[in-house]
Design a protein around this ligand. Structure first.
Ligand code: FES
Length: 89
């Protein structure tokens, strides 16, 4: 739109927010477990599930509130299992 208005390209600057990497299906989706999601970058919390056993790491857990963390929830879109895990989904 700016180009159509005659704004020179060198005067147009853009800024992106969010993850640059699109997470790849490596856990639940690969084995056919459907878990609700929205952002898939750890921000919304829609994908929170209770970790029943095992260990996971997450790049971010911003989508979890203190009660979620205390309840042992993890973000399925971010969680990377270092061993076999069980979740309540
Ligand atoms: S889908 Fe938004 S935090 Fe996982």
């Amino acid at each position: 739109m700016l180009a159509e208005l005659g704004v020179p390209a060198e005067q147009i600057h853009t800024e992106d927010f969010g993850s640059q990497r699109k997470p790849q299906a490596r856990a639940a989706e690969r084995v056919g477990v459907e878990i609700d999601y929205s952002c898939r970058v750890g921000m919304c919390g829609v994908c929170a599930v209770k970790l029943l056993s095992g260990q996971v790491t997450m790049e971010t857990d911003d989508g979890l509130d203190p009660d979620d963390r205390a309840a042992g929830k993890v973000l399925a879109c971010q969680a990377k299992a270092s061993e076999g895990v069980a979740v309540e989904a």
